[in-house]
Design a protein around this ligand. Sequence first.
Ligand code: CMC
Length: 391
Amino acid sequence: TGAVTMDPGFKNTGACKSAITFLDGEEGILRYRGYSIEQLAEQSNFLEVSYLLIFGELPTAAQIEKFENDIRKYTLVNEEMKNIIDGFPKNAHPMGILASLTSALTAFNPAPVNVAKEDELYDAICKTMGKFLVIATWTFRKNMGYPLNYYDNTKGYVENFMRLMFELPTGPYLRNETVVNALDKLFILHADHEQNCSTSTVRIVGSSHAGLFASISAGVSALWGPLHGGANQAVLEMLEEIQNNGGDADKYLAKAKDKDDPFRLMGFGHRVYKNFDPRAKIIKKAADDVLAELGVNDPILNIAKKLEEAALQDEYFKSRNLYPNVDFYSGIIYRALGIPTEMFTVLFAIGRLPGWIAQWKEMRVNKEPIGRPRQIYTGAPLRDFVEQSAR
Ligand code: CMC
């Protein structure tokens, strides 16, 4: 076994070889299967990118049509799942409900996926892509007290997200091409990010040969935290707090720099991007486009601009290479689209789903060993048991 090398937070530990995503944090480069994130965001769409991540190549017209049709086969969610969602309090956090419902899917699909059988693996992937989107939107409808909605197999995947969220029995939702396009782009930018916290979680849970739904459910829980996907909700809450307290951005910059104050500027800094977050660059432009198109004039956005400018000039942030990250801008777009703050991390999860699936598949197909980190023990040395009466 030998000496254990400590690396808290796995800052410098490579735990796998992967052919999915290339990331250069110093240069701000992100590529999926060799394609730049900039080109994919501009020229592709979310389902195509999902296919690329999961299967390794951009699909032909026939392949993407088949993929979309095969996902549609699985867009009905077992009606008994509604009993589970009924048991949650109305104000339960959507990410908690999503993790639970994803895990509950294992009860309706108990057979383990034989990854050696290509068709079984393919079906499990399509099933996950179909059902996860539907239950993700159910978390919102539960929160709002709306009747749960069904996927419309005549419409596209991202368009269905908006439908599933906002269409009511009393009338159609207002379909907007710009909104669907912006969401498509956002999902692409979130689709994979190599060995981040939630993806590593999916891989480590899956490494015990736990099923795909169980592994994805663990990924949802990992994503929920404010230092990871939960940051997009935290950004908006921070901006609202600043506004409600008089809009003094400088005060919050000072708080963020104060080492005795646990406050951090949400949406700034990244574990691997130390120059800029390439996703943030693309999203910033998408945010500007959406706000202009929808004619949104939101005081929260002025505060965001102030923080951004101040942090980019401030020595504390400059010397630590803290730049606005993807979550800083995504929250702003979601807000403009009328999506409630508590749903932001659920949108991140929908976007990240193909990445989780691709990484789970790669890990299983490559027959990686069970994940099992080591430790350095710092507890008591051997001591004699003490009877309760003598403690
Ligand atoms: N505000 C103020 N100070 C910060 C911040 C921040 N947002 N982020 C890092 N620092 C400081 C930190 O205090 C430390 O200072 P010092 O060297 O004086 O002790 C230095 O910068 C390095 O920080 P770190 O905590 O060692 O860096 P890390 O790589 O462990 O953390 C991070 C990365 C993203 C968790 C962190 O920057 C953070 O908490 N940011 C805010 C939350 C956030 O926006 N998260 C979303 C990340 S992007 C989407 C995703 O991947 O989920």
